[in-house]
Write a protein that binds this ligand. Structure first.
Ligand SMILES: [Zn+2]
Ligand SMILES: [Zn+2]
Length: 389
């Protein structure tokens, strides 16, 4: 999907912005909307893609000129107008991330494991890069709290041993491409909105390889790749959240015809926990107690991410009171230290009373000392007081 919004508007720059200003404006947007900083947020992802697309067009004086004169329509015809290669039809989040990494490197945390995005073509013969593979990884809160090493099985395409990735049955089956004479590229003269242009493109007859194959390898049927399996180990740092991802550089599909391999992108999902909910790097646990426990005080055994801890509930505790176990939460992804465990105590009201229990409560009902204080204050003031806020 490509945007139709004005590229200058997206980056919030004037139409005569300098290259430096374009770069600066894009960097700001990219850092704001980077998926690593907005895990699981689809609109942030779209904004990131949109900003990157705008940047990719405007930073290049040639495409910028086409865009300035003819707008988005100009870019769609761009294949003939300056070698823009069919515009951004297939521009996806992986392309956007790659573009960002290429020009700005990473930032904190994941940057060391991003890296290694190889180019997909060089001069002359096309180099086919292997495909990136996405692997989803579910993690428990316990694993996230401390960080974890995981072995993951990956189904991928590896280089065919029989033909060494060439795709040919034997050496004689490899012939120099008659159309490009082995160079892998063709020159075309095209007329476009900008006048007569010389366009250099990958040869369509050999798909840029420079050779054609007359007899395919029986093992891989000419692709040069076969199905394979492997197990790789991923080190997950503590403090990750759903939507965070790690790039295992070079672990994806091997490239056809000896091209560089793609990456494995491991996307993290946090499993729901039976006891805890997560709030940033804190974990929250709710525990019901009885009227009498709240009034008289009690000691409770409360689960934590690492075994049980004792919670001392003092006499006179109100429903909703939050107790804190310091440093019993999740380790921070960036920086030292860790979050806390928050234990919220809820006074549980019995719903089914037998005649005996009913009598007990009726005795309590008339007692001044165990009813909330009455005063001339407004309902909301009283409520605030009761809740202790
Ligand atoms: Zn050719
Ligand atoms: Zn083969």
């Amino acid at each position: 999907m490509t945007t139709e919004r004005d590229y200058y508007e997206i980056l919030e720059i004037s139409r005569d912005a300098s290259e430096e200003q374009i770069k600066k404006a894009y960097r700001k947007k990219a850092l704001q909307y980077h998926p690593d900083r907005n895990p699981g947020d689809k609109s942030a992802e779209d904004n990131f893609k949109e900003a990157t697309e705008a940047y990719e067009v405007l930073k290049n004086p040639q495409t910028r000129q086409v865009y300035d004169q003819y707008g988005h329509a100009g870019l769609r015809q761009g294949a003939g107008a300056g070698g823009f290669g069919g515009g951004f039809a297939g521009f996806d989040i992986a392309d956007a991330l790659r573009a960002f990494m290429r020009d700005f490197g990473g930032f904190g945390g994941f940057e060391d494991i991003f890296g290694g995005f190889g180019g997909t073509s060089n001069r002359g013969r096309t180099v086919h890069r292997g495909r990136d593979l996405r692997v989803d990884l579910q993690l428990s809160l316990e694993e996230i709290a401390e960080g974890v090493s995981k072995k993951i099985k990956v189904n991928y395409k590896s280089t065919c041993d029989s033909c060494n990735g060439s795709g040919a049955a034997n050496e004689e089956a490899k012939k120099t491409c008659p159309q490009c004479k082995g160079s892998g590229e063709i020159r075309q003269i095209t007329r476009s909105l900008l006048g007569q242009m010389v366009r250099v493109a990958p040869c369509d007859y050999c798909k840029g390889d420079g050779t054609i194959i007359t007899d395919f390898c029986p093992e891989c049927h000419g692709s040069g790749l076969v199905d394979d399996k492997k197990t790789i180990t991923v080190r997950i740092p503590p403090g990750v959240t759903t939507g965070n991802y790690l790039t295992m550089s070079g672990e994806g599909n091997h490239g056809p015809r000896g091209g560089p391999p793609g990456d494995v992108i491991v996307v993290v999902t946090e499993k729901e926990h039976e006891h805890f909910t997560r709030s940033g790097d804190d974990i929250v646990y709710e525990v019901p107690i009885s009227f009498s426990q709240a009034a008289l005080g009690t000691k409770l055994n409360v689960p934590t991410l690492a075994g049980e801890s004792e919670l001392n509930v003092p006499a006179g505790t109100q429903s909703g009171k939050v107790f804190k176990f310091r440093n019993k939460g999740i380790k921070h992804l960036r920086g030292l230290g860790r979050g806390d465990q928050l234990v919220r105590v809820i006074v549980w009201t019995p719903t089914k009373l037998g005649p005996e229990e009913k009598k007990l409560f009726e005795q309590l009902a008339d007692n001044e000392k165990i009813n909330p204080p009455r005063s001339s204050k407004s309902f909301f003031e009283k409520l605030k007081e009761t809740l202790g806020v």
